[in-house]
Design a binder for this molecule. Structure first.
Ligand SMILES: C[S@@+](CC[C@H](N)C(=O)[O-])C[C@H]1O[C@@H](n2cnc3c(N)ncnc32)[C@H](O)[C@@H]1O
Length: 348
């Protein structure tokens, strides 16, 4: 691994090479993140993720968050001082919100989901720039980590958000973070009581679990799927995922999950996937490159060719333009990308 800096023996995961299982990594998102205090134990912290709200987005929740996530106009304006009307418009553009997220700092690779990664902030920007794709929709987030993206989806008014991960540790953070932002979890409300934009369900979804969406009634956990959840998904959903392309095994499992979801639900599944191409010098290439990214591209190509040959299925992918504004505070490095992946299995 290449390090940006030496920080108490912790390596920043801006560059990515295989790690030993006990090596610690720290997302550089957390280096300058503004703290809102300690978390539920001494290893956790709560960070403030401030974002500007583009014109036209109205939260279903922001008036309900007087203490933690207060909505405000920050009073700054770049408009001509002589033109009061324009000035009002500018101020409205600068409305800001805060999402509070509890997370850990440095972790071993297995627990990277308990930190926030730059891909999540980039995906949040994509969502704020394209709310029409998500508002009023059911959204399934895969590999959600600590739940920042799902919290934002609820904020912009997705009708139902399934915030999923395979790690119980990460899911526990998600549940706390959704409640922390005073968004309503399904654990506290029945489906019949749900209003628009107030339903985030934190659920376990492991990409290696081929039985999903079959419900195993013997497994009782706060993150188990209910029959009702599956019924909601059957009506159609959009997938989002941030920073899940970093290991070849996981890339395989992730892409296979998109195809399996299409097959199981007999739907075309559209996924918006944010990733950060992690560059490092490899001896194999004798150059700076990103092996996980190269594998992702190769796999997309291979899968689409094999699948097309079968005529039963289709996997299409395209890198989307990055012409959406930056609303969250982070370094928008050129290695950040959003991909649209469409999986269709034709069972007829
Ligand atoms: C680098 S973290 C990204 C977390 C979050 N999306 C973000 O960007 O901050 C990768 C996430 O993928 C999850 N993940 C890894 N393997 C998984 C699997 N087999 N099934 C589901 N999620 C998995 C991890 O638990 C972790 O939350």
């Amino acid at each position: 691994m290449e390090c940006d800096d030496d920080h108490d023996g912790v390596e920043y995961l801006t560059k990515f090479v295989p790690l030993d299982s006990d090596e610690h990594v720290l997302s550089d998102v957390h280096i300058n993140c503004s703290s809102a205090g300690g978390g539920s134990n001494s290893e956790n912290v709560i960070s403030r993720f401030v974002f500007t709200v583009p014109n036209g987005i109205r939260s279903c929740n922001h008036l309900d968050k007087p203490n933690q996530s207060a909505s405000y106009f920050d009073g700054e304006s770049t408009a001509d001082a002589d033109d009061e009307e324009d000035s009002q418009v500018e101020r409205r553009d600068l409305r800001r919100e805060v999402i509070l997220i509890e997370h850990t700092m440095a972790t071993v690779l297995e627990d990277v989901g308990t930190q926030v990664w730059r891909g999540a902030l980039y995906l949040c920007d994509f969502i704020l720039g394209n709310p029409i794709l998500f508002a009023g929709q059911t959204v399934l987030e895969l590999g959600a980590g600590v739940g920042l993206v799902s919290a934002l989806l609820n904020y912009i008014g997705s009708s139902r958000t399934f915030c999923t991960d395979h790690s119980t540790k990460a899911l526990t953070f998600c549940q706390g973070n959704i409640i922390r932002n005073q968004f309503v979890c399904l654990t506290t409300k029945s489906s019949a009581e749900l209003g628009p934009g107030d339903a985030v369900s934190v659920r376990c979804l492991d990409w290696f679990d081929k039985s999903f969406p079959k419900i195993n009634a013997a497994v009782i956990s706060p993150f188990s799927w209910a029959a009702d959840d599956i019924d909601v998904l059957r009506r159609g959903f959009v997938v989002v995922a941030a920073d899940v392309i970093y290991s070849d095994d996981l890339t395989d499992a992730f892409l296979t999950t998109l195809l399996r979801l299409s097959e199981q639900f007999r739907l075309t599944v559209v996924a918006y996937v944010a990733l950060e191409k992690r560059l490092n010098f490899t001896l194999e290439d004798l150059a700076v490159c990103s092996p996980p990214y190269r594998y992702f591209q190769r796999k997309l190509c291979e899968l689409s060719q094999t699948i097309e040959a079968s005529t039963r299925a289709l996997l299409m992918s395209e890198r989307l333009p990055d012409n959406f504004p930056q609303c969250f505070q982070y370094e928008r490095v050129p290695e950040l990308e959003v991909w649209k992946i469409t999986a269709t299995i034709n069972l007829n």
